[in-house]
Design a protein around this ligand. Structure first.
Ligand SMILES: Cc1ncc(COP(=O)(O)O)c(C=O)c1O
Length: 361
């Protein structure tokens, strides 16, 4: 007789994992919005040094990392939540805030993990369609906030569509959301966003809106995806206390903590990499538009394009794969007939464009 699992387990959607990790080295991995830059050697060394003390649990106060982030962003350490990737903080937020009878509001398509929050908690998910430019429709989102709403998620820049809304637009939404409703601004890609100004700009909002949480990660711009480190800058300490309450202790391993602290010491190199990625992104967008494709105005380290009429998404994705280029099918992310493509190194981007031309012809 099979094991009987909780009903909620059956409701939780399966996360659309990227394939291709078994394909070997000669593949352009453009499916998971990772950084194409390896970590700096000093960052890798910091992680390796931590491995010499793995007989001890990691520091459960996470004090050095909390302090480093506090110094960088001018937010008290007690208002900084950490996690095993920002996903960990997101899922903990769902657990801490949601329950049957409650509602969570977010745009769709957005980050594939959002539907998990409602499914796992029994809350109702209110999914608000994007506008004609595949951007968040914040006005429509504000109109969905009811007495049952506990959480509003804004993915800015949005994964998978790469678009961003301005912070003025975000603030207009915050003004309309009651103070007891938590608003998470998921800024996993904010460092790549020309629309948002610098990475300090949204911090201004934290000072005004205690119900706001800025969710960020070391997985993208800092190139530490494999180590899993995320953080949240919180408008109030309550959020950090709640997400810590629902999780196991020691959620952030020692190598990850050490690497993240070291990574924060090399902002010049981080910015150089961001500049290079943005230049590649703009060039890639131009080339694809030159092919007559609709490409969203990207503020992230990936692009989002609509396939031309008559092109079968599954055929395009498998044709690219046959040519050694891995991208994401829009259908696996909530919108058919589209592709999400990570901006890689110049040679990878070139390979993608040539492969796409081959497939579409
Ligand atoms: C919008 C968004 N938020 C959060 C995450 C989670 O990142 P991590 O758990 O690696 O910090 C991702 C990862 O792709 C993302 O795209």
């Amino acid at each position: 007789m099979p094991i009987e699992f909780a009903a909620r387990t059956r409701r939780i959607p399966v996360y659309p994992l990227a394939g291709g990790y078994d394909l070997g080295a000669d593949v352009a991995m453009l499916a998971s919005n990772e950084s194409c830059f390896a970590p700096l050697p000093v960052v890798a060394q910091a992680a390796a040094a931590a491995l010499g003390a793995t007989h001890r649990y990691p520091d459960p106060s996470y004090a050095p990392l909390r302090r480093a982030l506090a110094d960088r962003y001018g937010i008290p350490p007690a208002r900084i939540a950490l996690g095993n990737g920002s996903c960990d903080v997101l899922l903990a937020a769902g657990e801490a805030l949601l329950e049957a009878g409650a509602e969570v509001v977010y745009a769709w398509p957005a980050f594939s993990v959002y539907p998990h929050l409602a499914a796992a908690s029994g809350a109702r998910a209110i999914e608000v369609p994007l506008d004609d430019e595949d951007r968040h429709d914040l006005d429509a989102i504000a109109m969905e906030v009811t007495v049952a709403t506990r959480l509003v998620l804004i993915c800015n820049p949005n994964n998978p569509t790469s678009t961003a809304v301005t912070l003025e637009e975000v603030e207009a939404l915050l003004r309309r959301v009651p103070g007891h409703v938590c608003v998470i601004l998921d800024e996993a890609y904010c460092e790549f966003a020309l629309t948002l100004g610098d990475t300090y700009a949204s911090l201004e909002l934290l000072h005004k809106y205690p119900n706001l949480v800025l969710l960020r990660t070391f997985s993208k711009v800092y190139g530490l995806a494999a180590l899993r480190v995320g953080y949240a800058l919180c408008g109030s300490e309550d959020f950090r206390v709640a997400v810590d309450q629902v999780r196991q202790p020691f959620y952030l391993n020692a190598a990850a903590q050490a690497a993240a602290v070291e990574a924060l010491r090399h902002q010049d190199e981080v910015e150089r990499r961001v500049t290079e990625t943005i230049a590649e992104r703009l060039a890639l967008e131009d080339r694809l538009r030159g092919l007559g494709l609709w490409v969203a105005r990207s503020d992230a380290n990936f692009i989002w394009l609509h396939l031309p009429d008559g092109a079968e998404e599954a055929d395009v994705v498998s044709g690219l794969r046959d040519r050694g280029v891995l991208v994401r099918a829009g259908s696996s992310l909530g919108q058919d007939g589209s592709l999400r493509v990570t901006v890689g190194a110049a040679a990878e981007n070139e390979r993608f464009v040539e492969a796409l031309k081959g497939v579409l012809n």
